[in-house]
Design a protein around this ligand. Structure first.
Ligand SMILES: [Zn+2]
Length: 190
């Protein structure tokens, strides 16, 4: 059983720039166990992504997993459970797209504009370099959202239309089925 818990907005770990993971650290049993725990916590909470600062650990690690079995995202293109160490956005589209985002650390959602696509470099869990060419907007959004966490940036910082910042009950009431609002995708829970 993992003792790690998701921290809530206001916790300093969510506003701290995280440290790069060293090769030596990556090879340790303890760190590998941490990676497993982080992935489990992401799945247990039906998240599509989780960053280490969200469990109070300021290391540059993210998890992404778009599982077709996830009840929150029945219609999203799947992305296998993936742990990325020291991830970095190397290129991103000029064109932005707005979509709803939420967060496991805070019960709010809002429309967040982000580059539509991006390319991310990093290391897989044993230290092999990996590159993800994220042409699917939802996938690109998750990666960007999680990498933001590593820099102490929270989704609310990126919101342009502040009036869209909503609690779930009000989101359902006022935003869910508004015409012209990109809400078909529902809320991202990252
Ligand atoms: Zn998040």
């Amino acid at each position: 059983m993992s003792l790690l818990k998701i921290v809530r907005l206001g916790h300093p770990a969510l506003r701290t720039k995280s440290k790069a993971v060293t090769r030596r650290e990556l090879k340790s049993k303890e760190f590998q166990k941490f990676l497993e725990n982080l992935a489990q916590i992401c799945d247990k909470n039906d998240g599509v992504g989780l960053a280490a600062p969200q469990v109070g650990i300021n290391k540059r690690v993210i998890v992404v997993h778009v599982d077709p079995k996830n009840p929150r995202y029945p219609n999203k293109k799947p992305f296998p459970l993936t742990v990325i160490i020291n991830p970095r956005v190397v290129t991103k589209a000029k064109q932005l797209k707005e979509d709803w985002e939420g967060d496991l650390s805070c019960n709010l959602r809002a429309l967040v504009p982000r580059p539509k696509t991006c390319k991310v470099n990093g290391l897989e869990r044993h230290g092999k370099p990996v590159t993800y060419n994220l042409i699917n907007n939802f996938h690109a959004r998750i990666f960007q959202h999680e990498i933001d966490h590593l820099n102490g940036v929270f989704l609310l910082d990126r919101v342009k239309r502040k009036e869209t910042i909503s609690e779930p009950s009000e989101w359902k009431k006022y935003w869910k089925s508004k015409n012209g609002k990109p809400n078909k995708a529902g809320n991202s829970h990252l």
